[in-house]
Design a protein around this ligand. Structure first.
Ligand code: OFO
Length: 169
């Protein structure tokens, strides 16, 4: 059984994951508008990934006998300042999510909730990968100054990404 504090914090994280999904879907629309269909598709996969993160929390709260209380999702931005800015904002956002996950882990430790600690470890590891993937994309985009043939190639490559539900593996 989840205690109240843990339940409240997990519910907040469900909302944060849905906000992330919404954020990346908005980026996908922006990138599509910019003519970067591969990047738009990559962001759409990122959106799907965030939905799977939210659902993993959702299922966990229910499995622990807690109550899921879905809250409204705050509005997300619609405009960015080009492709490099999009991925820089993505990295900034993922770093913020990492701190949210770390805070959740702190609560689990304070509350001596060993099951939640074990569950949250998956997200701790996932965030390392999230940040590193986005950093690599930023480095590549900067190498080609976010334009020309280089950007064309990166866009094609990012368009290859397919959604794999890593929460189920
Ligand atoms: Fe759910 O990891 Fe990104 O935000």
């Amino acid at each position: 059984m989840l205690n109240q504090k843990m339940e409240l914090e997990l519910n907040k994280q469900i909302n944060a994951e849905y906000w992330s999904a919404y954020f990346y879907l908005s980026m996908s629309a922006y990138l599509d508008k910019e003519g970067l269909q591969g990047c738009a598709s990559w962001m759409r996969v990122q959106y799907q990934e965030e939905i799977s993160h939210a659902l993993k929390f959702f299922d966990y709260v229910i499995n622990r006998g807690g109550e899921v209380k879905l809250q409204p999702i705050d509005a997300v931005p619609h405009e960015w300042n080009g492709i490099i800015n999009v991925f820089e904002e993505t990295l900034k956002h993922e770093r913020k999510v990492t701190s949210l996950i770390n805070n959740l882990m702190d609560v689990a430790i304070e509350e001596k909730d060993h099951a939640a600690k074990s569950f949250l470890q998956w997200y701790v590891d996932e965030q390392v990968e999230e940040e590193s993937t986005v950093q690599t994309i930023i480095d590549q985009l900067k190498m080609v100054e976010g334009k020309g043939m280089g950007l064309f190639t990166i866009d094609k490559e990012l368009g290859q990404r397919v959604f794999v539900d890593s929460t189920q593996v």
